[in-house]
Design a binder for this molecule. Structure first.
Ligand code: TRP
Length: 334
């Protein structure tokens, strides 16, 4: 608890361009939590180097992501928005927790298996211990809740296991975090293969709407979106393409799926796709404008980066001091 509020932690990697799926599935929900929780939203750049990165590009993407958090509406006075690499406690705690995590547990992680298949030429130890760093992120702030997608639930599970193991040895050091299952936004699927999640790492640029796509690009991608030959706008699992377009339209307009279906009853797919494209462009336009304005204000963004890193570090050190004492490290002489 900080000031009677529960603590919430989440993070995103600055690799790839954020998509409409990231926005509707994650960022947009974060906005609704900023008053209720004491929040920490990290740009998790330490995680990014488990895969080889171009340094200049990583730095630039990380800054863009941080700026985007603010452009999307996260108030940096209320939400601690910071770079993971600016708070050394993440790496320190990760080392300590490594010593309380079993090889066998890490070997079971499905993301490790997937990523090592994808990057067979660089299966480094960081990729293997990635979940431990994630556990450190979460436990460092005595986090109560973590909003995560389904693909990260296994990592949250191991975080809880590590925390419980540590606590059972040393007493109540860590808060045991829970996944945040809120009114989560719909899972947004690929426009080219609606059975697959929309992903920032998709090789086909037509499969995803990027948050920085301009209106013409957005409309063009929706015109090309894969649907079906039913010629009927209905909300069911046998029409995944239309289902996805309905989800997107309802996320943008706040209308329910039923309302969308009746609004477009009897109308053609072409017309519906255009309406979805317009709704998405209307949603992203103002966000993009805010982003470009913020990006120009270097001093402001620098201030946010500095202040929030200090704030995060303050809370991180509190936990770290406790942990170091518990495991038997000598106190620093001041
Ligand atoms: N691994 C997460 C992802 O790729 C990002 C992440 C890192 C994270 N640390 C976290 C998410 C802590 C939630 C909490 O999506």
């Amino acid at each position: 608890m900080i000031d009677d509020k529960k603590i919430l932690f989440s993070g995103m990697q600055a690799t790839g361009n954020l998509t409409l799926g990231n926005y509707i599935g994650a960022l947009k929900n974060w906005l609704t939590l900023q008053d209720e929780y004491e929040t920490f939203y990290s740009v998790v750049d330490l995680h990014s180097i488990t895969v080889r990165q171009d340094p200049a590009e990583l730095r630039s993407r990380a800054r863009k992501l941080l700026t985007l958090y603010i452009a999307a509406g996260l108030d940096p006075e209320k939400n601690c928005i910071y770079y993971q690499s600016h708070v050394s406690g993440h790496a320190e705690l990760a080392w300590i927790l490594n010593c309380f995590t079993y090889m066998g547990e890490l070997q079971r992680m499905t993301q490790f298996k997937d990523k090592s298949a994808k990057h067979a030429d660089n299966i480094n130890a960081g990729l293997f211990t990635y979940p431990v760093l994630m556990a450190a992120d979460i436990l460092l702030y005595q986090t109560d809740v973590v909003p995560v997608g389904k693909d990260q639930l296994q990592h949250l599970e191991i975080t809880r296991d590590i925390a419980q193991r540590f606590n059972s040895i040393y007493g109540d050091v860590f808060t045991i975090p829970e996944p945040y299952i809120g009114k989560t936004g719909a899972k947004i699927m690929s426009l080219q293969d609606p059975e697959k999640k929309m992903s920032k790492s998709d090789e086909n640029p037509n499969a995803s709407i990027y948050l920085m796509d301009d209106k013409d690009t957005i409309i063009r991608k929706f015109k090309r979106a894969v649907t079906d030959s039913e010629a009927n706008i209905a909300y069911n699992d046998t029409q995944p393409g239309i289902h996805n377009l309905i989800d997107i339209y309802s996320a943008c307009t706040g209308k329910t799926a039923d309302e969308v279906v009746s609004e477009f009853a009897g109308r053609g797919y072409g017309e519906f796709k255009l309406a979805v494209g317009e709704a998405v462009a209307d949603l992203l336009g103002p966000l993009q404008a805010r982003f470009f304005d913020l990006e120009k204000d270097k001093a402001y963004i620098d201030g946010v980066i500095k202040n929030n890193a200090e704030k995060a570090d303050y809370y991180a050190q509190k936990t770290l001091r406790k942990v170091k004492k518990k495991v038997g490290f000598p106190e620093k002489i001041r």
